[in-house]
Design a protein around this ligand. Structure first.
Ligand code: ARG
Length: 466
């Protein structure tokens, strides 16, 4: 009988790996976090083996008890992870084999290739659920600020130039839309994760008669009707990493969103805007300049967004050009996936915390939005209501803006005679276009920032976010 080498695959080897190789190739330092999923997978697999008669029920029960014990030790931080044993799978299997002789049968009809694919699918389902909850929490923090400052108007910007007035809530609701799409994306990724690769073996399944559906169902890989979902091609199942790319992509896009929010808030918190005050708890000072209060949490959110894009890129490049099926390169898929998960979850918590603690300087907002130039388009619309073609109206109002600039007065400070000279369609009521609350009330269409629409959106978000 062949000598049992330390590694589970040692039968055909006469020498073990070099120390350097062990250090180079180990993944347990990061994949140990898959332990709960690996154990769940092994329990389902052994239950299936018992069901089809490849192990006895007694052996199954002994394996289950052993795995439960290992899980308890892992949870308590007492399990001894050994780098020499490469990865989470071999660490657990060897520990189990030491305790339960029947564990030598656990790897029947299984490879680490379908095992790790299964672990990662279970892991990603959980990660998506967690990030979904974090997204909702961040959305709730944003909604609270909107509710608290429901009457606040600010200038909306294009090209970072004052454009048109909007309710602050309308601006904040734009973020809710972005995060809601993110939540949908994570739900979709979770759905794509919901297929069980167990039974694909190393590449080509097994000659043993197994029951893939049974194992899938035991692990919760089921459709909405409770029917088991198993992957349909063994070669694809062990080498496909689309799911990881999709997950990292959802994280990267969420990062783009919180990075844009961060940038808005950084601008708003600057002395130049001063629309908001950031919470001390999420800012830092300068070691040199005593007056400084820096928006570090938001700047880090911007920075982390770059890291999330990097992870996505790492995964795409990792898989590109790999021949089917499994290649050890694929072990490098885990650090970027784990990092995207951890950083996205953390960033969303920091975003929620920063937003929950900010206060709005209502006077500063009011002063900024009082700029009559923000309603230049409303003045053009006034002329349109007097049957002036829009292009002509736009041109006329442009001339009015120019005149006001030349005279160094606000747009609404010109005399009726002066504007009448620019275009005869201006009536004495022209200046009413600058009544901000009337102007807002005219924005009645769905998706517009008028008060009735904003109220509608409040209700909608309250319903969605509970
Ligand atoms: N640690 C490995 C990984 O994450 C598990 C799969 C190993 N399979 C193999 N054929 N060496 O990719």
């Amino acid at each position: 009988m062949a000598k049992q080498a330390q590694a589970t695959w040692g039968g055909r080897f006469s020498a073990g790996p070099a120390g350097l190789m062990l250090r180079f190739s180990e993944s347990v330092s990061f994949d140990h976090r898959l332990a709960p999923f690996d154990i769940a997978g092994s329990k389902a697999h052994s239950a299936m083996l018992a069901k089809v008669g490849l192990i006895s029920r007694k052996e199954r029960d002994a394996i289950h008890r052993g795995l439960d014990g290992i899980l308890r030790e892992v949870r308590a931080g007492k399990f001894k992870w050994q780098t020499e044993l490469e990865d989470v799978h071999m660490n657990i299997e060897q520990a189990l084999t030491k305790r339960v002789p029947a564990a030598a049968k656990l790897h029947t009809a299984r490879s680490r290739n379908d095992q790790v694919a299964t672990d990662m699918r279970l892991y990603l389902k959980a990660a998506c659920a967690e990030i979904g909850a974090n997204l909702a929490a961040a959305q709730r923090a944003i909604l609270k600020v909107a509710v608290k400052n429901g009457a606040v108007l600010i200038p909306g910007y294009t090209h970072l130039q004052r454009a048109q007035p909007v309710f602050l809530a309308h601006h904040l609701f734009a973020y809710l839309e972005m995060l809601q799409r993110d939540a949908k994306r994570f739900a979709t990724v979770a759905d794509h994760a919901n297929w069980c690769p167990l039974g694909s073996g190393a590449i080509a399944g097994t000659t043993l008669r197994i029951d893939r559906e049974f194992a899938a169902e035991a692990l919760g890989f089921v459709d909405t009707a409770g029917r088991p979902r198993v992957t349909q091609n063994s070669m694809d199942a062990v080498s496909d990493r689309d799911l990881y790319v999709e997950f990292a992509s959802a994280c990267a896009l969420t990062g783009v969103h919180f990075s844009r929010m961060a940038e808005d808030l950084i601008l708003w918190a600057s002395q130049e805007f001063k629309f908001i005050e950031l919470p001390d708890a999420f800012c830092t000072g300068s070691s040199l300049m005593p007056q400084k209060k820096n928006p570090d949490s938001l700047e880090l959110l911007r920075g982390k967004a770059a890291r999330l894009q990097g992870n996505l890129h790492t995964l795409l490049v990792l898989v590109k050009g790999l021949p089917l099926t499994y290649n050890r390169d694929l072990q490098e898929d885990k650090p970027p996936v784990f990092d995207s998960h951890d950083q996205t979850a953390l960033c969303l918590q920091v975003l929620a915390g920063t937003i929950a603690g900010l206060t709005v300087h209502k006077k500063k907002c009011a002063a900024a939005v009082a700029d009559p130039a923000l309603l230049a388009t409303d003045l053009a619309d006034y002329l349109v209501r007097k049957h002036v073609p829009f292009r002509t109206a736009h041109h006329a109002v442009g001339a009015v803006v120019k005149l006001a600039e030349q005279k160094c007065v606000g747009l609404n400070q010109l005399s009726f005679a002066e504007v009448k000279q620019v275009h005869p369609a201006f009536g004495r009521d022209w200046v009413q276009s600058f009544d901000l609350s009337k102007a807002m009330a005219r924005r009645t269409g769905t998706g517009m920032p008028g008060p009735a629409q904003v109220a509608r959106q409040f209700k909608r978000w309250q319903k969605i976010l509970g």
